[in-house]
Write a protein that binds this ligand. Sequence first.
Ligand SMILES: [Zn+2]
Length: 93
Amino acid sequence: MEKTNTKKLKCASHNTFKEWRPTTFEYEEEGIMVRVPNVPAWVCPEDGEASFTPEIVDEIIVTMRELLESAKRARKRRTVLTEYIVSVGENTV
Ligand SMILES: [Zn+2]
């Protein structure tokens, strides 16, 4: 993972500098929750609010769409399995 983003971001509500560190990206659609752990982002030390860079969002969105489609198909089959965790390769964070 390249760290192209070096300028610090400030949290508008707490007036503190955000920290560049791994956090969990969460997205919910039609009752389906997709969580992506260890995503590097600017995180507010006060409340943990994360700002993701556009590059990372673009990358996550593509996979997220596919995961949501799979989850919707699984729901139609009325499967008893309700949670899936997918990992790809080594954690380089
Ligand atoms: Zn904050």
